[in-house]
Design a protein around this ligand. Structure first.
Ligand SMILES: Cc1ncc(COP(=O)(O)O)c(C=O)c1O
Length: 444
C-alpha cells in the first residue's frame, strides 16, 4: 500500500517531531504476532510492545473474538448510576491478581487518567477521615505519570514540565532521582545496591519542610519506565512503604508499565514484595487493543469513603469518566488476562528477561558512546553519551535507523529501550539487539 492513499494534512501526532515525520512517515497498516506491516509494505519487529501495551503479541484471536461478541451483546451502557456485567467481572479478575487488600477497582481509560484519579482518591480519603489538610503530593524526578495536570505536576521529566509550570498543582514536591551513573551504570538483571540511603533526603528534608502531617500521598513508578528504565535501589520501595506508614501518607505505585507481567510477576508490587495503597494500571490490561486504565485501591480507602453520615442517595466520591468500565474494554481485559494466564505469559516474560539482559550486556558493552546498560524484567536500556549541544539526537537518529532496518525500539532522551511482547523468541531478541548495535556503531 502506498502512502499516497491517505493525506497527512490533518493528524497532529503526539510526542512526535511532526516536521520530521512528514518527510519520513512511519505508518502501520497491519500487525500480527511480533510484527507490523507498514504503509510501504515493510515488516517491522515490535521491540517495545507498542509502548509497553502488547504483552501477548498482536492480533490475538481470543481477545478479538471477545470484543466482537461484546459489541453484539452490549455495546455500551451508562457508567453512572448503573453499570455493566463486564466491568464487574474485569474488576474481580484484576483485584484477584493484585496483592494484599488491593480490592477496589476504579476504572478509567488511560494511565494519565489513572494518575489523576489516584491523586483525587488520596485527597477525598484524607478528607473523609477528617484530615483534609493533607494536600501535599510528592513525586520523583524523572517520574512519568501521564499528561493530565495532576500527573504532570507530580511527574518529573523536564521536557514534559517545561511549558506548563504555571498550571501545576500548587503543593507538590519531588524526591531525587534513583540513578547512580558512577557506581551503577551497568545493571544486569539485579537490583542496584547503593552505599548511600537516598531516602534520607525525603525523611530529613522534604517531609519536615512540608510537615508530614500535611502530605497526602507519595507517587512513584516502581521502575522508572518512560525516562529510560531506571531501577530502584535494593530495599528502596520497602523503606518508602515504611516511611509512608510512619507518617500516615498514602503510597501510590504507578504500574502503567510494570503492571501485568513486565517484571515476570503480576505487578512490580509482587516483584518487590511491597503493597502500595493504590496501584495504577493501563496498557497491558487489554493488550493495548482498547483503551482501559484504572486504580486498584486498598479496602481501607473505599471503606473510609463509605463511612459517611450523608444520606444514601448522595454520591460518596465525585469522580468518574463517561467510559469508566466500558463493557467492550472490560471484555477485552477479561480475554487478555485469560490469555496471559492460559499461556503462562508472565512466567515466560520472567524467563525471557534473562535472554534479553544477557544479549544487552554481551552486545552493547564497549560499543562507542555506551555509558550505561540496565536490564531487569523483560525490558532493557542502553544509555549513550549525548552529542554535545543536541541532547536526544543520537538516540533519535538510532531509532530512525533501526526502524528503517525493520526494528521498532524506543528512544528516551539518549537512552534506547527494548521491551518486547512476552511472546518474544530469542531470534527476535537477537534481531532487535543486533540491529540496534549496528545503528549505535553507525551513529558513533
Ligand atoms: C508510568 C506511567 N504512567 C502513566 C502513563 C500515561 O499513560 P497514558 O499515555 O495511557 O495516559 C504512562 C505512559 O507511558 C506511564 O508509563
Amino acid at each position: 500500500m502506498a502512502y499516497n492513499d491517505f493525506s497527512m494534512d490533518n493528524k497532529w501526532l503526539p510526542f512526535t517531531p511532526n516536521r520530521q515525520f512528514r518527510k519520513d512517515p512511519r505508518v502501520f497498516v497491519g500487525a500480527d504476532g511480533m510484527h507490523f506491516t507498514t504503509h510501504d509494505g515493510k515488516k517491522v519487529v515490535d521491540g517495545i510492545s507498542s509502548l509497553w501495551c502488547v504483552g501477548a503479541g498482536h492480533n490475538r484471536k481470543p481477545i478479538n473474538e471477545a470484543i466482537k461478541k461484546q459489541l453484539d451483546t452490549l455495546d455500551y451502557a451508562t457508567a453512572f448510576q448503573a453499570s455493566n456485567d463486564q466491568a464487574f467481572k474485569a474488576a474481580e479478575m484484576i483485584a484477584a491478581m493484585a496483592p494484599g487488600d488491593l480490592n477496589k477497582v476504579l476504572f478509567c481509560n488511560s494511565g494519565s487518567e489513572a494518575a489523576d484519579t489516584s491523586l483525587k482518591v488520596a485527597l477525598a480519603y484524607h478528607r473523609a477521615r477528617g484530615e483534609g489538610h493533607r494536600n501535599v503530593f510528592i513525586g520523583r524526578e524523572k517520574g512519568y505519570h501521564g499528561v493530565g495536570f495532576g500527573g504532570m505536576s507530580v511527574g518529573g521529566i523536564p521536557a514534559n514540565r517545561k511549558v506548563y509550570g504555571s498550571a501545576f498543582l500548587p503543593r507538590v514536591d519531588h524526591m531525587r532521582f534513583i540513578h547512580d551513573p558512577v557506581n551503577n551504570a551497568f545493571i544486569h538483571n539485579q537490583e542496584p545496591v547503593w552505599q548511600e540511603d537516598i531516602l534520607l533526603e525525603l525523611e530529613n528534608r522534604i517531609l519536615p519542610l512540608h510537615d508530614p502531617s500535611n502530605v497526602a500521598a507519595i507517587i512513584v513508578e516502581p521502575v522508572a519506565g518512560s525516562a529510560g528504565w531506571y531501577l530502584p535501589p535494593q530495599g528502596y520501595l520497602k523503606r518508602l512503604r515504611e516511611i509512608c506508614d510512619k507518617h500516615g501518607i498514602l503510597l501510590i505505585f504507578d504500574e502503567v508499565i510494570t503492571g501485568f507481567g513486565r517484571m515476570g510477576t503480576n505487578f512490580a508490587a509482587d516483584y518487590y514484595g511491597v503493597v502500595p495503597d493504590m496501584l495504577n494500571f493501563a496498557k497491558c490490561v487489554t493488550n493495548g487493543v482498547i483503551p482501559l486504565g484504572g486504580v486498584i485501591c486498598r479496602d481501607k480507602l473505599y471503606d473510609a469513603m463509605m463511612k459517611t453520615e450523608a444520606p444514601e442517595h448522595v454520591v460518596e466520591f465525585f469522580h468518574g469518566y463517561t467510559y469508566s468500565g466500558h463493557p467492550v474494554a472490560c471484555a477485552a481485559a477479561i480475554a487478555t488476562l485469560d490469555v496471559y494466564k492460559k499461556e503462562n505469559l508472565f512466567q515466560r516474560a520472567g524467563e525471557m528477561a534473562k535472554v534479553l539482559g544477557d544479549a544487552f550486556h554481551s552486545t552493547f558493552k564497549g560499543l562507542p558512546n555506551v555509558i550505561g546498560i540496565r536490564s531487569l524484567g523483560l525490558a532493557a536500556a542502553v544509555e549513550l553519551a549525548p552529542i554535545a549541544g543536541t541532547p536526544g539526537k543520537r538516540a533519535f537518529d538510532i531509532f530512525l535507523d533501526c526502524f528503517h532496518n525493520g526494528a521498532l525500539v524506543r528512544p528516551a532522551g539518549d537512552v534506547l529501550v527494548i521491551a518486547p511482547p512476552y511472546v518474544v523468541e530469542k531470534s527476535h531478541i537477537d534481531q532487535l539487539v543486533n540491529t540496534l548495535a549496528d545503528s549505535i556503531r553507525k551513529n558513533a
